[in-house]
Design a binder for this molecule. Structure first.
Ligand SMILES: [Zn+2]
Length: 68
């Protein structure tokens, strides 16, 4: 199974993912909800969301974020 679904700790803070997990918009990190919340206020987040929308419109569903 994909690592995203099997790992138990947040890639950013190392905390538990028992409260939920979500993929970062800026890279392929698997984040806890606390880190995801912080990410949404981070510089570059809005651009990343828009870049993904553009990628999806072009048919690229494997977009991996703007920072790799
Ligand atoms: Zn975290």
């Amino acid at each position: 199974m994909d690592r995203f679904f099997t790992q138990t700790t947040c890639d950013r803070c190392g905390g538990s993912l028992s409260g939920g997990r979500i993929m970062s918009m800026l890279n392929t990190y698997c984040l806890c909800l606390v880190c995801k919340e912080k990410e949404t206020t981070q510089e570059g987040y809005r651009e990343a969301v828009e870049a993904e929308h553009r990628a999806i419109k072009r048919g690229n569903f494997n977009f991996k974020g703007i920072r790799g």
